[in-house]
Design a protein around this ligand. Sequence first.
Ligand SMILES: C[S@@+](CC[C@H](N)C(=O)[O-])C[C@H]1O[C@@H](n2cnc3c(N)ncnc32)[C@H](O)[C@@H]1O
Length: 434
Amino acid sequence: MEEISKLPLPDAFLEFLQENGLDPSIYAAIDSTPRYIRLKAGNGAQLEEIEAEIKCKLERVVWMQGFFSLPPDFKIANSNAYKQGKIYGIDAASGAAVSALDISIGDHVLDLCAAPGAKLCMILDILGDSGSVTGVDIARHRLAACRTLLQKYALGDRCRLFVADGTTFSLVPQRFHVDTGSCILEEKVDTFREWTSRRPWKERKRAAKARESVASGLIANSEHPDLIYYGQHSGVIGLSRNELYQSVCDSEVSSSGYDKVLVDAECTHDGSVRHIQKFENWGWTTLQRRVLDAERTDNLTSLQLKLLTNGFRLLKVGGSLVYSTCSLTAAQNEDVVDQFLKQNASAGITSCFQFMLIVAWQLMLLLLKDKNLVKSISGVKYGNTSSDLAELQEIDAAKDWPCRSGRIPKTLRFDPSTSKTSGLFVAKFTKLAI
Ligand SMILES: C[S@@+](CC[C@H](N)C(=O)[O-])C[C@H]1O[C@@H](n2cnc3c(N)ncnc32)[C@H](O)[C@@H]1O
């Protein structure tokens, strides 16, 4: 108990922990939790040079490639290696969420809650000169910070960033376009310019006006997602506005949706010990307002389920989705997974008869579509069709990670006291064809 009092947690937070069966002692262990950095790809040879510059030994994290630990109180922000974009500050557990995606060269990846962008940068670093990444976040200022990161680490070439609500975002990757090489770029390079800040004045004014209307609640979701950044090879250049914002039906999503989707959902952040510690300076009342408010917590779990559902909808058949949060509560993790599986699980098809019904329904929709009787098969609208069958997947890489199984088999939990990382929950799904 003496340990716990090192961080004077407010009563409301202690109650929140008690209600959720969480042990407050993790917040006293901050002094022994290392800092983590990841080396940007291609900088491995400069390890000794970086160590000399920061005057500190970088301890390799044996279970997460490219990651190193530093003493808990070490500040990387002032180092040249950080300023020059050779190292990132990112917790090793966050690295695990990205590793769980098992990204292959050429993958088209959707990061549905992307800002401020540590995981997005890692994804781009893994992809290198291949595939594409679409980053989405509802908070414009946070996504702008993400754009700054892309520039700093020179990783934006295959990335596009949209300010949008991840629960309704509906664009698939520009698969074919990305890979068509430079001839289209040369022909139609003026269709979209590289930076939207260079968009024509009238267009920017129209977008700002639409944003104001949304903010004042007059209209909602009437505008397209706002594209605030795209790189040369993200598939955007050469497209007309209509082509970029073209929606597709579910049957197309199954083949041209994203190969991998990360839903690193908004949460109460209670597993991020360093984040909670910051409220000592920001004021505990801020914690109460931002984190513990009961209504917000209820809304959060519903938001998490919607984000997971929509991310899964945009996944192609055979692709993988990782759902992660830095909360340790079951309500935001296993309970969300449970609900999602109830709505989408293949195990839900309990009988041959049900299976036949679903197949018949799909065939009927295809037939109607063929005869132009329906324009899209519930395509871009929020909500699932019976073809969205989810299955929890084993995370193969996790056998060496310092984590344990969650309440649901195949889900994982990083507990700060044993993992020596930030707290994290990870679940991985695949989309099955029927
Ligand atoms: C845990 S943070 C994501 C951290 C990020 N993945 C990273 O590695 O830096 C959650 C993010 O979800 C965003 N968010 C909240 N509601 C959202 C929504 N409805 N659609 C999209 N993003 C949302 C927040 O703005 C916040 O940036």
